[in-house]
Design a protein around this ligand. Sequence first.
Ligand SMILES: Nc1ncnc2c1ncn2[C@@H]1O[C@H](COP(=O)(O)OP(=O)(O)O)[C@@H](O)[C@H]1O
Ligand SMILES: N[C@@H](CCOP(=O)(O)O)C(=O)O
Length: 323
Amino acid sequence: MAVYTHLTAGEIAQFIARFDVGALRSAKGIAEGVSNSNWLIETERDGAAHRFILTVFEARTDAADLPFFLSLLDHLASKGQPVPRTIHTRDDANMTLVRGKPAALIEFLPGVSIDDPDEAQAHAVGVALADLHLATRDFTQTRQTSLGIPTCVGMVRDHAERLGEVDPALPDILPDCGASLLESWPEGLPGGTIHADLFPDNVLFVGEQVTGLIDFYFACTGLLAFDLAVTHAAWSFTATGNDFRPSIGRALLAGYESRRPLTQEERQALPILAQGACLRFVATRVEDWFATPADGLVRRKNPMQFAQRLAFYRDRGEAAFQS
Ligand SMILES: Nc1ncnc2c1ncn2[C@@H]1O[C@H](COP(=O)(O)OP(=O)(O)O)[C@@H](O)[C@H]1O
Ligand SMILES: N[C@@H](CCOP(=O)(O)O)C(=O)O
């Protein structure tokens, strides 16, 4: 589940009354997600039903970053990208407070997230990611990530003595906590606004069509090819078994390059970028692993899944990205 802040029905009704969206009919806590608290809201206006997502931002989301995230959604929506637009209050604010925490109401998008994508869906995700990169070329706001590779190395190091408690194999996969990546990290690659967390649970489909890109709350200014590497690492392995699916990786890259061809330098950098992408998710998962009780309501994500993917990219090198 991911409802950390338990709002009463009265609090939700008061929140909704700040918007010109009709009368509240229902509010259901959403189980998916791990970062923030989300509700599916239904309202009624002029006899028609309307749906929205209410998000209360929790500890990992810095309130100071919300203007960036929410303006980014509106920028992309205004360019016809499949992202939820923000709903503004009667006072024209896209962000407000609930119980002292920042909260936003955004458009509900149709579609379902896919665990085991087919090639057409992977191709469509590649297209959608490249379109996102192209549509933000004139987005002027910037945000530095709080999860850069040096930070992620430090996060893993903070738990170096206990990595074996997660899995006995983890210390062997990351004997240096990922520090060697810093020596070969590429410089000078094309940058821009990136999603940075485009996992299958953050993409909604109707059939083969992408109807929603959601959860922009790690978006930042970064290397475009790093975003592609994150997406490759998140989509190209089986959800159970963690086996590489080369045809999915190829379809994703082909979809991306059908809109934005990679430079030679970007292509060469993919193996190291993909290892960095995996380290980023190992780092937050390791942190969460030791901060979340094993029997807690929030299901911990296993760091080993991305440690194994990191080892895969390290062993396979450029062959992981060959067409
Ligand atoms: N705009 C939206 N339209 C439809 N469903 C959404 C939307 N935003 C979020 N959801 C649903 O809520 C879930 C959790 O949202 P998400 O933003 O991923 O939360 P978290 O930041 O905690 O990961 C998603 O998996 C999806 O089912
Ligand atoms: N995609 C990350 C988790 C980030 O949480 P989200 O629920 O906000 O997508 C991971 O799998 O570790």
